[in-house]
Design a protein around this ligand. Sequence first.
Ligand code: SF4
Ligand code: SF4
Length: 446
Amino acid sequence: MNLPRLFNRKTFPHGIHPPQYKEETRDKPTRRLAFPDQVILPLLQNIGAPAIAMVRKGQMVERGELIAVAAPDKLSVPLHATVEGTIRDITLMSTAMGPKTRSIIIDTLPSSPQIPVSGKRQDYRQMSRAEIIAAIRDIGMVGLGGAEFPTYAKLATSLDYDIHTVIANGCECEPFITTDFRVMLENIKNLLLGMRIVMKAVAADKGIIAIEDNKLEVQAALQPHLPEDGSISVEVLQTKYPQGAEQMLIYALLGVAIPKGQLPATLGLEIINVATVAEIGALLPNSQGFIERTVTITGDDLEKPGNYRIPIGTSLQHILGETGFTGAEAELILGGPMMGQPVAFLDTPIHKGTGAVLVLDQRAAKNRDVYPCIKCAMCVEVCPIHLNPSTLGLLAYKHRYQEMQDQYHLNNCFECGSCSFVCPSNIPLVQLFRVAKAMNRERKVQ
Ligand code: SF4
Ligand code: SF4
């Protein structure tokens, strides 16, 4: 019996309860991974425009030094050197963002202690809202929950709304991943400072750290440090997937739905991932660039699964070598099994939004025969936004992509994968929906 469920905790309608698979990593303290010999830093690691390189081949750079500036007048963030070393090249590389992404390659200086450089000291209490938002842009911060939306731009939209509450999203509902869990347990000071900074940036007087009831240790650890005035609190929700999605989280916490096509800001809410908040708390006071993050390394055939601090730009090859991968064939996913991104090449570097590297035995992954739809409606039961995945799937097989969009709200699907997960016929519903969306996009361009 799951005792927390007896307390009837808040949640959203529908959704699924996939196996957690978090036990391999959740109770291990975060360690630092050995520095790689080289990092590959794509200039585009955010939604929007790529940064513009301002270094040249052969130049020595310090760890944390600014190496690319944000594209002017565009949605863009700067990039900092994640190791001390020498610029080997600035060239097109295969990355998780695509086969040809312009990237800065840095050879690591072997003798370096790799201490990050600091900028000017700044106290958020003495800064205006606009100054805080600009400082968050200058440290190169993007949404670390995977979205990689520039954080400064997200916070800047609040200037047009009356925001009353910041919700730090610590649900981490995907199986396997424990990054946010470890960050919340191990970085309480930075998390709470980050909350105050973000609350001031959007002029909110209330902050909520939202977790699921599989992370009750976080509530116990945070409780003694919360401000006495009650301005920051911890809310515990039922463990359910996909509760980390913004609309599900808001419904679970407040029982309200975001009006269609509108932002959480219209309800006076600012939603931000907890790891993003903790990094802002750690970096902004010393004007340091965002250069490394906590990443869950987990899955099959790993001798040392766990959470590691890893410089952005480190290759999967280095990560698997350092964590003792012993398998032969593996499927590699950046992120979790539900919404993560499969990658084909071992030299792919992790980027700012990479919260996990999941290694799955490819033999098990291949062993899934697909059968016809038996109209069991389980996919309809679980879809958190009340779509009809069964009908959408049948239309996708008939290539009736436009009809999927016009009559069955295909574009509302946020690809959570819940329908694919429960389908007894193993129909790859979410993959079919991705193809359908891509085909519709292509047709629109032609
Ligand atoms: S992938 Fe799309 S259709 Fe399937 S459950 Fe999630 S939101 Fe619904
Ligand atoms: S869960 Fe699978 S088999 Fe059942 S109705 Fe949906 S698509 Fe068909």
